[in-house]
Structure formats: C-alpha cells, structure tokens
Design a protein around this ligand. Structure first.
Ligand code: HOZ
Length: 429
C-alpha cells in the first residue's frame, strides 16, 4: 500500500524542496504521503500505486471539462505538430482574446500571460502606472499569486504552512499594501476617506477560493466599486480561480459588477499554462508597446496552450453546461451536509457553479477570521478517510474544491457513499 508514492516522495525530496513544486501538494497541512499522479481521465486520476481516485481538485480548477477531454487533447496534438512555440504572434491568440472579450464584456482588451501570478502582478503594475499612485488594497485571506506586494496575509499554500505572509519579501516592497477584512464595507469606506487620493487599486477575489470558498456579499463589492469610481482608483477582480468556474461570465456576471481590470487563469488554459489580464481599453493602452507599463513573456500566448484553452472555452459554452455543473456540485455539497448531520458532525458546505467549500463549522464562513474557526483536525480526519476510500479532496482545509462536467450522478453517488462511511467513523471517535 502506497509503496511507490512513498518511494517517489522520498526521492523527490532529495532534489526538490519539500519534494513538490507547489507547497500545498506536499500534504503538510493534512499529513501523510502526497500521491504522485500517473494519469487522469474524466473525473478520475490514478496514483503511482495504481489506485484510482475521484478527483475534486481538477488541477485546482482548469479541468472543468474533465481530465484529458478528447477534444482538448486532439487540439493540443494538432497544435503541437505545427510547432511548440514561436515567440511571434499567432491567429490563435486573436481568437482567444476575442473569445474572452465576448464572454466577459468588462474586458475590452486583454493580454495573455502564462500564470495567474503573472496576471495579477501585471494588473497591479498597470493600475499603478495608469493612476500614478502607489498604494493598493487587498483583503486578508485572498491569494493573488506570489508577487511580493501581494504576498501579505494571503491564503492558499501559505495557510497550509500556517503563515499567511512569506519571508523573503522586504518590508519596503509591501509598505504600500493595505490589508483589510473581507466582507467589511465600512473598513473600505474609512480607508478611502483617509487615503483615497493615494490608492491605485483594490484587488479582490469576488468569490474567494484560497481561504476555502467564501462568497463576497453584494454590498461589499458594490461599495468597493463605488469607492474606486469616486476616488479614481482601479478595481481589479482576480477571477483566476472563479472566472469561468462559478458562471460562464465569471463572478462579475453573478454580482453584475464591472471591474476595471480582470485577472484570469486556470480554465482559460484548459490544463496548460494560459492566464490573462484585461479590462477597459483606455487602461490597457498603458501597456507596452502602446504605453509605458512594461510586461513581456517568451511563452505568453503559446500556441499549444492557447489551443487547449480555446477548445475548453468552446466546451463550456455548450447548452446547459453551467446548469449541469452547478446541479452536480450542489448535489455533492447538500449530500455531504445531510450525511454529516446524520452523524452529528458539525459541518456545512457551500457551492457556486463548479466550486465548493467544506467547513467543519456551524455556519458557512464569510471572512478569513470566520474560516479560521473551522476545526482543522476534523477536516484532516475526513480528508484521510476519503482518500483511503478513493476520493481526492484538496489536501488543505483552506482550499476550495472543484467539480467537472464529467462528475455525473454515479460519481457523486460513489463519493457520498464514501462520505457516509467516513462521517460514520468520525462520529464514533
Ligand atoms: N495555488 C493553488 C491553489 N490555490 C495550488 C497550485 C498547485 O499546487 O498546483
């Protein structure tokens, strides 16, 4: 049992810090041996010991159509056969930009990059360049990639290590970063009243997915929008995680709020490295080569990655795609809630589109502080009981989960059967 995973993990640690290339994968927060994945198909993946799992991270969001979707794989093969990377423009990049602008009308122009970190980092530079101001506002528990200025009281992998800020970031680099509480509109009002003419931008995950799933209240986002407009600050929605996940038009379509800039990633690459930032054309005109805000990348708009992304964007526009995705995700969240209740476990769950949150608390949390009240040990127990039974949840109590279009009724039922046993065992402890 778990022989080859253990062997690979030991070997990986000799040449890679912590044995992983992204901290949350190390299982530090939940304990145990990370699974080394050998292949994936639809809603499943298999580890190095050939154990099959129902996968609920979907590569942390991108695998919305299911793993190794035949159309995506075919598009990648065709593109790869034509050449892997040119460092010169391609028509695919235009198609991708047109598709993004069509699906998210707040985006009039878009620049493709390779990772969510690049997208948010560049969006920040653009906001500062366009306003000539330095200060930025972010919110506790929101994670916007690992650029220095944003790695303050952040979420995601930092929380699995128990420290929401990173060492190696000079205080001088974050002295312009103001960190406020998520879902606290009054704090925003007060901060803008004091510093409004110095604030370049507010950056927010409109549906947070890096301190587990937490919904913004409409009032919070509306206040933010109004204050940014009134004070000439730029509103950046970081929809790297929730964009094309919670709805076809992203969280901004649900809340009906138009950000000035949006950062995207994950789904738009369909499993390959594509991310983007875009927004108002007058703002995007500040980007080089038109304007003075510099940003560049050898693999930006890579033709193979764009082919995967374009095909995925086509698949998610199929009739009823999001209705089905939301229904399946809600079935999972509701089923888990019911089973936990039957076993007297303090637990609740929430879902939006294909994203879900599991909380070992009495109420669905609405902030980082509320999320911290969740019983982490209970989550860890549940995680391992499910993992043993072949269900792979995010290996951290602070990450959202993801359902794909291939998680049909049979897959959800199999998951709930495992959960029934897991909760029953937890109830007996
Ligand atoms: N930052 C990702 C989760 N929010 C994790 C990325 C990964 O480990 O692949």
């Amino acid at each position: 049992m778990n022989m080859r995973n253990t062997e690979l993990f030991e070997r990986a640690q000799l040449t890679t810090p912590g044995g992983v290339n992204s901290p949350v994968r190390a299982f530090r927060s939940v304990g145990g041996t990370p699974r080394f994945i050998t292949r994936a198909e639809g809603p499943y993946f298999w580890d190095a010991d050939n154990k099959k799992y129902i996968d609920y991270i979907g590569s942390w969001g991108p695998a919305i159509a299911g793993h190794a979707h035949p159309e995506v794989v075919h598009a990648v093969q065709v593109a790869a056969a034509r050449g892997l990377s040119f460092g010169a423009p391609t028509e695919g990049e235009i198609l991708m930009a047109e598709e993004i602008c069509k699906l998210m009308p707040s985006i009039e122009q878009v620049r493709l990059v390779s990772s969510g970190t690049e997208a948010t980092m560049s969006a920040l530079r653009l906001a500062r360049g366009a306003t000539g101001r330095d200060k930025i506002i972010k919110f506790e528990g929101c994670y916007h990639g690992h650029a220095d200025a944003l790695l303050v009281k952040a979420g995601s992998g930092l929380l699995t290590l128990g420290n929401p800020s990173s060492s190696g970031v000079p205080a001088d680099f974050t002295k312009h970063t103001l960190v406020l509480d998520y879902n606290n509109p009054q704090q925003l009002v007060d901060t803008f009243a004091a510093l409004g003419d110095q604030i370049a931008c507010v950056i927010v995950e409109p549906v947070a997915g890096n301190m587990n799933l937490i919904r913004a209240t409409p009032e919070f986002l509306q206040t933010m929008r109004e204050l940014c407009t009134r004070h000439g600050a730029i509103l950046i929605f970081d929809e790297v995680m929730c964009g094309f996940r919670v709805a076809l038009g992203g969280a901004q379509s649900i809340y009906q709020i138009k950000p000035d800039i949006t950062a995207l990633g994950k789904v738009i690459g369909g499993g390959l490295p594509v991310a983007a930032f875009g927004g108002r054309a007058d703002l995007m005109a500040h980007m080089a080569p038109l304007g003075g805000v510099y940003q560049a990348g050898t693999l930006s708009g890579n033709p193979v990655a764009v082919a995967a992304g374009l095909t995925t964007l086509k698949l998610i526009q199929a009739d009823g795609f999001y209705d089905k995705l939301s229904t399946q995700t809600a079935k999972l969240a509701n089923g888990l809630t019911r089973l936990a209740k039957e076993n007297n476990i303090r637990f609740c769950a929430d879902s939006i589109g294909g994203m879900f949150g599991l909380y070992f608390t009495g109420h669905v949390p609405d902030s980082y502080a509320a999320m911290m009240l969740s019983e982490k040990e209970k989550f860890n127990q549940f995680f391992h009981l499910m993992l043993d039974r072949g269900v792979y949840l995010a290996p951290s109590a602070f990450e959202a989960g993801f359902v794909s279009a291939q998680h049909d009724d049979a897959v959800i039922a199999a998951t709930l059967q495992c959960a029934e046993q897991a909760f029953a065992e937890m109830g007996q402890r």
